[in-house]
Ligand binder design. Structure first.
Ligand code: FES
Length: 93
C-alpha cells in the first residue's frame, strides 16, 4: 500500500501498488475531478508536490498534451493516466 496526500487539505489515503488514481473513489470524494479518463480533456491535471518519481512514467501522449496545456515547466500529471508506485503528495489544479 502507498500513501496519497492531498496537499490542500492534508487528507491521506492508502491505495494499493499500481492503483490508478482515477479508480480511487476516495480521491474523488476528496475533490479530485475526472472527465474523459482517457488523457484527452485535462480536467484531472494535478500538481505533484512530492514523490513524482512514485507515479508511473508518463506516455508521450500525456507529456505532449500537458505541454499543449502549458504545463511543461511544472511537475504536473494527468491523474487519470497515473498509476501509484509509492507515496505521493498531490494538489488538483
Ligand atoms: S480525465 Fe480527462 S484527461 Fe484525465
Amino acid at each position: 500500500m502507498h500513501k496519497v496526500t492531498i496537499s490542500s487539505t492534508g487528507e491521506e489515503f492508502s491505495l494499493p501498488h499500481n492503483a490508478h488514481l482515477s479508480d480511487a473513489a476516495e480521491l474523488q470524494l476528496a475533490g479530485l475531478i475526472f472527465g474523459c479518463r482517457a488523457g484527452a480533456c485535462g480536467i484531472c491535471a494535478i500538481e505533484v508536490v512530492a514523490g513524482g518519481g512514485n507515479l508511473s512514467v508518463p506516455e508521450d501522449s500525456e507529456t505532449d498534451f500537458l505541454s499543449f496545456l502549458g504545463y511543461e515547466q511544472r511537475p504536473v500529471r494527468l491523474a487519470c493516466q497515473c498509476k501509484l508506485q509509492g507515496d505521493v503528495t498531490i494538489r488538483q489544479l
